[in-house]
Design a protein around this ligand. Sequence first.
Ligand SMILES: [Zn+2]
Length: 335
Amino acid sequence: MPLAPSVPRPSFRRFHRLRRTGGLRDLVRETRLDPAMLVLPVFIDANATATTPIASMPGQSRHPMRDAAAIAERAAAAGLGGVLLFGLPEEKDAEGRAAADPLGPVPGALRAMRAAAPDLVLIADVCLCEYTTHGHCGVFDDAGRLDNDASLPRIADAAVAYAAAGADIVAPSDMMDGRVAAIRAALDRDGRPETAILSYGAKFASAFYGPFREAADCAPQFGDRSGYQLPPANGREAQAELRADLDEGADMLMVKPAGPYLDVLANARRSFDVPLAAYQVSGEYAALHAAADRGWIDLRRAATESLVGIARAGADVIITYFALDAAAWLAEERR
Ligand SMILES: [Zn+2]
């Protein structure tokens, strides 16, 4: 009896089959970006009389209050997930009192944005460093030491002021221990149980914040932030910080910066069920722009790839200075 013709067994998998056409690649694509997951950081400067470009962050500016409504309209029209507000006050002091001023740049911008774009998600960064003369994220005691516990009520007061002005979400970035619990208690005391907290739980002491400090005029005048921000080498400690913030009442968690900390993000994705945000910071943005300006990389492709990487690692929300650009690129791809 003749043997059945033998079918050669493949000795390797042909991955190329599903990469053959654009249609096939789209069909099996694992990670998709959507403008609704992108959040645009916005700097509102109480002393600015005109829109002031930030040299180290091409395309980004410090805005006078009167720009706020138009920015909100643009973000809403682009389908962005939201905006994240930072404020530069008229005056700074050692305690950062202006952070909680109901007439300060962030509350003013929140009210203007809420009126201009009622459905846009408004997120207010909460920290003292833009408001303190020394540029640190908390206050100091008489001995010149950072006073974690004395900083908490000031940070909580700022969060309440932003919630009262219309923030959907307050986002503490100061890295003081216990601030999420302090903010949750203050919001609830003020009758604002609906205001959500996005905690910058895993915020590393990073060199990639450089351009932001020009943007927000908040470079520390002495020392650095390594006494309270996470050491870049410590992934397990980052997990512990995130878990503590969740236990204190955070509704969402953030990893910052994004690109150098994708493992932290991926670990957080496996460990926590809450929405995760990642902040692609100023230095990541500036580096891509600088390389593209020299003709060394293609900005659109490199920026898109960086965002896809952050999403693939597990971010539900990406805070990025590319938000408006990326929304335009995605809209173009769909046409
Ligand atoms: Zn700060």
